[in-house]
Each structure stands twice: as C-alpha cells, then as structure tokens.
Design a protein around this ligand. Structure first.
Ligand code: TXA
Ligand code: MG
Length: 318
C-alpha cells in the first residue's frame, strides 16, 4: 500500500541488518532490527555508546507490547492508552527473547510507540520492532532535524529518513515501575503533571539508587563542545564573562551586551512547548559559532520547563 520510495529504501537497508536514522516526534533515532545482533552492535559502534546503556524499543502499536514485555502493570496500560503513540517510554519486565545487548543485561526493556507518520508507516512495513537511541554520538546534543544527523554521521554510510523537524524537540518521558508504583526515570516531553493526572503521584528516581540506570541521567549529557554555563541571572553572568566572545541562549528575553556574538531566544512569547521544540536546534546553532562560552538561562521550572532545565543542567559544565 505504501510506495514512498524513502520508506522502501529504509525497509531494504534495515532488512540487511543495517541502521537507518528515523524521525520521531521527539528527536531523530538511530534504528536497527531488535532481533538482529549485528544491527544492534552497529548502533552502539556508530554512537560510541557504552554497552551499559540500554536502548528503547519502538513498536508500531500498543498491540505489540506483549511481544517484548511481560507482567505489564495496570498503570502502564493506562499510560499507554493515554499517551501512545507519543513521547512516553515505559520500562517493563522483558520477554526472554529480548537481547541483553538491548537491555544492557537488565531484566527490563524500555518501549514506546512513536508518533511520527513516516516512522509509523515504516514500522508497518517491517516484521520487527526497531531499537533506536537518539541519533547522536554518546553525550552530544540530540538531533531534531535530518541536517543535525548529517553533521554527526556521514550521509554515505547512514541513510536518514527525512521527516522534517521534530515536533516536540526533546526526548520522551521515561516511566518505570516498582510493582504497581510508577517512577520517573527521565523528565521529558510529557510533563510530570500530565502523567500524575492519569496514574497518581510519581516517585522520582534519585541518584542514590543504583546509578546510572539511564544515560540521560548522567550528569554530563546533551552537551555542546563549547563550554556551557547555566545561569539564573543572565545580566550578572554577562558581566562575569564580558572579556569573552559569548553566545547566549535565553528563554524569552533578548539581552543587549557587546560581549554577545550570537543569541538564541527560545520563545519570545515565553511559551514552554515552543522553547522545548527549539532547544536542541538552538544549542546546535550556538555550538557552530566562533564563541568561547555559551551562557544558557533557566526556563520557568514548571511543566515541560522541568525537562528543559534538566537537559540544560546536563549540557552545562557547572
Ligand atoms: O524520545 C526518545 O526517547 C528518543 C527517540 C529516538 O525515541 N530516544 C532516546 O533514546 O532518547 P536514548 O538512547 O538517547 O535514551 C534512552 C534512555 C536512556 O537514558 C536509557 O538508559 C533508558 O532510555 N533506558 C533504556 N532501557 C532502559 C531500562 N531497561 N531501564 C531504564 N532505563 C532504560
Ligand atoms: Mg540520547
């Protein structure tokens, strides 16, 4: 039924145990067949990702969840019903046939149904789900356009299924379970409040537990190559760095200062969803400028602002 030549090409490549970069509503993923050890190893190698970091499995629909997971908690069903397809990842007890490479030897597997028409159409054409971490080298800024992916990986060796800019622009929210109790593993595109509205209070996974369960929880991640400093007082930070060539990423205000070489305003209207959507593109743009330091301003700490600040914290050195 589907005769989009790009999807056909992606199917051919994936069927040969190769990787394809796929668009999702959050960020681009680096995808491979979950049942092909070769394809999965290539993902780790391309990303220079340590094997202790497990991958997310992307399904075409909720009806496939039992192929990869068992003993699904009732609250996981409620969340899947409410948010799939969409930017929510559930960490569930894994089926025996899910490889240890994907789960990093854990007895759990992370799964989600992505909400992007091209990737859903692609999954529809495949006999297997796709494992896909974000399509960036380990630790660097996540890609939200096909062009970002192409700056990281040679277009001759990696086919990018171009689905345009990602609508949400930050990664999925990750929820795991302790029995029936939901636990927040990673703040993301679905605000915590929205999740609590459907399943009640979340407990937050803290660093004192066995760490790091999720690399998005490593203290340095999503990082530009230019030194990046997170500030809650931009005017003061601009004074502190007045002898440097400065790049600024502000939430909604445009700052005037002779030290500023390049400035990215995430949302002049102060809209958090727009700010999340532009976050990584702004960091990519700043990181390509001839500047010595990037000053980033915290977003209001509510809704998706919590996920934005979490990413900013990890992108910065301090
Ligand atoms: O929005 C997203 O989730 C994107 C798109 C491509 O779907 N993917 C993504 O993948 O952000 P990645 O690999 O960059 O982050 C996946 C996160 C990691 O922090 C990983 O540790 C966590 O999911 N994860 C995977 N399996 C897990 C498991 N069994 N238990 C706990 N965390 C897990
Ligand atoms: Mg990532």
């Amino acid at each position: 039924m589907n005769n989009n030549p790009d999807i056909e090409k992606a199917v051919r490549i994936l069927n040969e145990s190769e990787n394809v970069a796929i668009p999702t509503e959050t960020v681009y993923g680096l995808a491979g067949n979950i049942y092909s050890e070769t394809a999965i190893r290539k993902i780790f190698k391309r990303k220079k990702r340590p094997y202790y970091n497990p991958l997310i499995v992307h399904l075409k629909s909720y009806s496939e969840v039992e192929k990869v997971a068992i003993e699904i908690p009732e609250k996981a069903r409620v969340l899947a019903e409410a948010f799939w397809p969409g930017p929510l990842t559930l960490v569930l007890k894994k089926q025996k046939n899910i490889s240890d490479l994907i789960t990093a030897g854990k007895d759990t597997v992370a799964v989600r149904v992505p909400n992007h028409p091209l990737t859903l159409a692609l999954l529809e054409q495949l006999d297997y789900p796709l494992a896909a971490p974000s399509a960036n080298p380990f630790g660097s800024i996540s890609p939200t356009t096909a062009a970002h992916v192409a700056t990281y990986f040679d277009a001759k060796t990696l086919f990018v299924l171009d689905g345009g800019p990602c609508i949400n622009g930050i990664e999925s929210t990750i929820i795991g379970f302790d029995g029936e109790s939901p636990i927040l593993y990673r703040a993301g595109a679905i605000p915590i409040e929205a999740i609590e509205n459907s399943v009640g209070k979340l407990s937050v996974f803290t660093k004192d537990d066995v760490a790091p369960i999720a690399p998005g929880m490593l203290s340095k991640h999503y990082a530009p190559t230019t030194p990046t400093i997170l500030t809650s007082d931009m005017a003061k930070s601009l004074l502190d760095y007045s002898d440097k060539r400065v790049g600024v990423m502000s939430f909604c205000k445009r700052y005037q200062n002779p030290a500023i070489v390049h400035q990215e305003v995430l949302s002049s209207q102060g809209n958090l969803a727009e700010a999340a959507n532009r976050l990584y593109a702004a960091l990519h743009a700043l990181d390509s400028q001839p500047i010595e330091v990037i000053l980033v301003e915290k977003a209001p700490h509510t809704g998706i602002g919590i996920a934005i600040n979490d990413k900013l914290q990890r992108a910065s050195v301090l």
